[in-house]
Design a protein around this ligand. Sequence first.
Ligand code: C2E
Ligand code: MG
Ligand code: MG
Ligand code: MG
Length: 282
Amino acid sequence: QAKSAGKNQFQPYDSLSASIQNRKLKIAKQLRNAIKNNEFSLVYQPIVQLSSGRTVGSEALIRWTNAENETIGPDEFIPVAEHSGQIIEIGNWVLQKACEQCKTWHSAGTMKHIMAINVSSFQLKAPFFAKGLSDILTSLSLPAECIHIEITENIAITEDKMSVSALYEISDLGIKLLLDDFGTGYSCLSYLKNLPFDILKIDRSFMPANNTIASTIIAMGHELKMEIIAEGIETLDCYRFLNKLNCQYGQGYLFQKPVPPSKFDIFRQFNQEVLACTLPNH
Ligand code: C2E
Ligand code: MG
Ligand code: MG
Ligand code: MG
């Protein structure tokens, strides 16, 4: 920040925080019309069964191009939307859209297509979250086993009764709950014992091959009878490392970056390509 300010690198803290504040306010204002103006879209990244290379599902990730044609990433605008309360409307849009896409792929495929949907802890606090989700599934005749709900580790959940009961309601619907970015945040192990999470997603910051933390999380997951997904697999070494440890699933640029639905192939097998990388001249 100071660097980009050039000569003004001794910009007083207050004006710096004021400009961050202004940016957030601007984003919150622009978000108001974003749904109505069709500015959001979802991209999908394959979830790959590591042993077979088979695509078993996808994670839906939101994208936003605002009215000024500027692309703003979810890491920046989701926290703003959480703060302003707009996350509820945006989150509902995501749920509806991702479930519709899941239905399309599920019907087209020979096996069930899993759709993993990111949900903010703020959405869990809203009344009737699970009911809303269940209504979407009913209206689409979509089996609950097709949906995974991804929640990022967050201390606010354990301390909020509404959120905890929402998690149980979701779980009772037959929807699997996934703990996202595992190992980066609050990481209290009693979380795993006391809340109905079924799947752990290892954060991509642990992804270089031969990482002790990744192997420890995988071993622990096996002990706890939880499924493990590794995110951020970028190299063949990393893939081999995880596969050897019997980590069941993975996602990452090695397989595919998130793509719009038109570019997504539910039948894609990654084995041959991944192996091809090991051959010379590839
Ligand atoms: P996340 O759920 O942990 O998603 C994984 C992020 O890693 C995505 O960033 C994805 O594009 C990126 N990624 C995937 N493979 C690789 C890889 O091999 N290497 C690297 N370096 N990155 C990889 P993205 O799409 O920018 O999303 C960032 C975060 O924003 C997500 O983290 C999630 O917390 C949040 N988010 C995205 N979409 C939604 C949404 O629809 N609702 C909510 N509430 N949050 C969302
Ligand atoms: Mg996620
Ligand atoms: Mg994650
Ligand atoms: Mg993340």
